[in-house]
Design a protein. Structure first.
Length: 216
């Protein structure tokens, strides 16, 4: 019926047999894994030494949300919204409806989960202190955007790719020619991703800083 996930141990309010509503029952979790089950999950109670004050709740899952037909020897981590991480024999899948973050830094307040102080309902997330973050975002089902350190690459559904660099953009072929875009200039046909060109473009209309080329 209710989950309290704010303390060092998770506590559950349950609905048992007729008129049985045990509260603040400890739900043991494996080290390295935590979850908050949705309402109406099924599970079972264990009373150690047949004592009601030593009751544990072991979650048995939810009939609506468990992904079915996982191959033998494989595993999945999932939530109630359809997001899932699967590890199969030949591939690993990370599927999210909106956004996937890959981070280097500090994910949560490790070692600070004791019961001292006031309980908080805030998500235990230290992402603001992460040193590096790569984000993959699906935008309204029409584009996917990859973001890192202020630079983005967007792949649109129609095949259009938009790249925006925080400081400098280079496009080219290894061993061939490159186009380098900086804040106030574009270098065409240089031989490296950081190259600069010395001649200025002369157009049919005279010198220009905004040009185009037609391919016959």
């Amino acid at each position: 019926m209710k989950v309290d996930d704010s303390r060092s141990q998770q506590r559950i309010d349950l609905k048992g047999l007729k008129n049985e509503k045990p509260k603040k029952i400890w739900r043991p979790l494996d080290f390295g894994f935590t979850s908050v089950p949705p309402q109406d999950c099924d599970g079972y109670l264990i009373q150690m030494g047949s004592r009601s004050d030593r009751t544990l709740y072991l979650d048995g899952g939810h009939e609506k949300y468990r992904p079915k037909n996982t191959p033998a020897g494989c595993m999945a981590i999932f939530n109630q919204y359809g997001d899932i991480v699967r590890v199969f024999k030949d591939n690993a899948d990370v599927v999210h409806q909106k956004k996937v973050n890959i981070r280097i830094g500090h994910g949560y307040k490790a070692g600070e989960s004791g019961d001292s102080g006031n309980a908080s309902t805030d998500i235990d997330d230290q992402s603001s202190e992460d040193t590096k973050t790569i984000s993959v975002v699906l935008e309204d089902g029409e584009a996917i955007t990859l973001t890192y350190e202020g630079s983005t690459v967007t792949i649109r559904e129609d095949g259009h790719i938009v790249a925006q660099a925080a400081s400098q953009f280079s496009g080219g072929v290894a061993g061939g020619r490159w186009v380098v875009v900086r804040g106030s200039r574009v270098d065409l046909g240089v031989t490296s991703p950081d190259g600069t060109a010395t001649p200025q473009v002369e157009t049919t209309a005279g010198p220009s800083n905004i040009v185009f080329a037609e391919i016959a």
